[in-house]
Design a protein. Structure first.
Length: 311
């Protein structure tokens, strides 16, 4: 890949850069008037966290779309922003500037949104995708770095266009029961199951991450045709949204796919593990673990340096 070079000094100009938003979960509020991030004192220092560099880039590169590396250690060129509004979608938390992906993802979201009413779902509230060039984020996700991940809220799109304040401040819906052992029957609907089933059946989808309680409900409600459940993987934290991960587009040798999920529907002992006492209520460690040092630019694929610097 050959990309035009831009000095790192250009990355420290705050412009419309976004302040950190806590854990950046779906239920966390955004900001109608985000404050700019302060410039980095020495962005060329090799010890500068990669998230501090990629988190300050406000726009995409030009050129051919391409993803480099893995979902939790990568970046992408030629990104595209999902439009704030479509016939069947609305972008949430725009202050985060995470409505970016490779065109393959943007096209997928638009197509999925157009199909959602067939599942009885009025439209998608789209949460975090990626930063304009991917890479590690200042807050929240460890993945979402290749422009191939998107979070879709488990809240149906309302029948009106949300205001900027509503997009930033409306809370996502927690569909999991307070004891975390199952879904909340007062909130969960057959349409939730139908939407996730429809999504999992899309050939581009590699994985869907949901809270284990949601996986339990899907296993119970799936019916006779259960092949789609293989893609739906349990992961704590996904009780307000479901996380869609696309496979690397064909022909992109620099994009690293995950290994396929294990065979089967994942509804037996594999799922029971997530509800074992040691997992659902883990004991506090006697000695707090040391935090991992943040990833630097050297920890990403070599191509990500060019992506970061590109005009």
């Amino acid at each position: 890949m050959t990309l035009p070079r831009l000095s790192l000094s250009a990355l420290v100009v705050p412009l419309a850069l976004l302040a950190p938003l806590g854990s950046a979960a779906a239920q966390d509020r955004g900001s109608v008037n985000p404050k700019p991030l302060p410039p980095l004192a020495n962005p060329n220092d090799p010890s500068t966290p990669a998230k501090a560099l990629f988190g300050r880039v406000t726009g995409p590169t030009g050129g051919q779309p391409q993803s480099f590396g893995s979902y939790a250690k990568g970046c992408f060129a030629g990104g595209e922003a999902l439009a704030m509004d479509g016939s069947n979608w609305q972008v949430m938390r725009p202050s985060r500037n995470r409505m970016w992906g490779v065109p393959h993802l943007v096209n997928f979201i638009e197509r999925l949104a157009s199909q959602a009413p067939r599942a009885g779902w009025p439209g998608l509230l789209v949460g975090d995708m990626s930063q304009p060039r991917g890479g590690p984020m200042l807050t929240g996700h460890a993945s979402h770095q290749l422009g191939l991940d998107v979070d879709v809220w488990l809240t149906p799109m309302p029948g009106h266009r949300l205001s900027r304040a509503e997009r930033e401040e409306t809370s996502a819906t927690n569909v999991v029961r307070s004891d975390r052992l199952d879904i909340d029957p007062d909130i969960w609907t057959p349409q939730h199951t139908a939407l996730i089933r429809m999504t999992a059946r899309q050939p581009e989808v590699a994985r869907i991450f949901v809270n284990p309680a949601i996986k339990r409900a899907l296993c119970r409600e799936a019916g006779g045709e259960r092949g789609w459940l293989n893609k739906v993987r349990p992961m704590y934290g996904h009780n307000y949204h479901y996380h869609i991960r696309l496979a690397c587009p064909g022909g992109e040798a620099a994009c690293d796919d995950q290994a396929p999920p294990p065979p089967g529907d994942g509804c037996g002992a594999e799922l029971d593990y997530w509800f074992s006492p040691a997992i659902i209520n883990p004991p506090k460690p006697k000695t707090p673990p040391r935090p991992r040092p943040p990833m630097t630019l050297a920890g990403l694929p070599d191509a990500c340096r060019a992506v970061l610097h590109a005009r």
